[in-house]
Design a protein around this ligand. Sequence first.
Ligand code: RUB
Length: 316
Amino acid sequence: MEQILETAKKISSMEVRGAGRIARAAAAALRDFAICLHMQDAGDFDAEMRKAANILLATRPTAVSLSNAIRMVLRYRSNDVEEAKAAIVSNANRFIQNSEMAVERIGEIGSRRIRNGDTILTHCNSMAALSIIEKASKSGKGIKVIATESRPRWQGRLTIGMLEEMGIETELIVDSAVRSAMNDVDLVVVGADVITANGSLVNKIGTAQIALCAHEARTGFMVAAETYKFSPKTIMGELVQIEERNPEEVLPGISKYKHIRVRNPAFDVTPHNYIDIICTEVGTIPPEMSYLIIKEKLGWEMDEAASASSASYSHD
Ligand code: RUB
């Protein structure tokens, strides 16, 4: 279980972060764990895999990519340990490969909506959003990017490092400068931690106020989201849990204050009516079509979504 605990630690400490990367890391950890498990009894093997899955699931409560990846990897039916292992390895490898291809495809599709000369505003550090920006630039469009710092964890600094590598002209702004920058922005492009059944977006804290500003300024708002970022559980009416992180991330040394409480929600909810388009690997969709992605692309049955709502995790 050591590798699982190590991956879990990397995810909860945010050494591995971003919904897509988290999902791929969890899939790889489950695959490697299964390979190393030496057991004869299929029931014992299942129980160990479930235990490992639950450890990974507990790391970041918001990212649905994590639970979707885990369900895809552990989709096997066998009473033979070796067969179960083979299925897990193949599921995990397929998930990782498809996930990487999805980010590429999103870049190709989403970049078509970017025009020569556009200024793009992005928030946090999203591989899917950056894929769109990179593809637009590589296709010869002269674009400029405005990136937010993304307090308290400064993911914007990762973003500007990547944009620097891509050779794209970029301005870094503090999160609270978004409204004053918005008049110069042609399109907002952000990633997603979760897309709900009604098309709302859960993403890095601050995304909702950017969407509000964009809406008020009549600036387009595009979300880049692989289909495994859509949440089947929300079909059953379940609300997305917003991760509250350690207050020390916002105010180091908080214990010296007696009367101060710090809140540190990591994500917020952007209502679907502030989103123009969601760019997925299967095409761009209006947020209202999210329900269909969950039903048709993720292939979740209603009873599966219902059981996922009542249990923290269960495999097929
Ligand atoms: C990251 C974040 C990203 C999404 C999408 O939050 O909100 O916008 O996860 O990222 P954190 P990607 O830094 O807290 O993990 O497109 O890379 O999956």
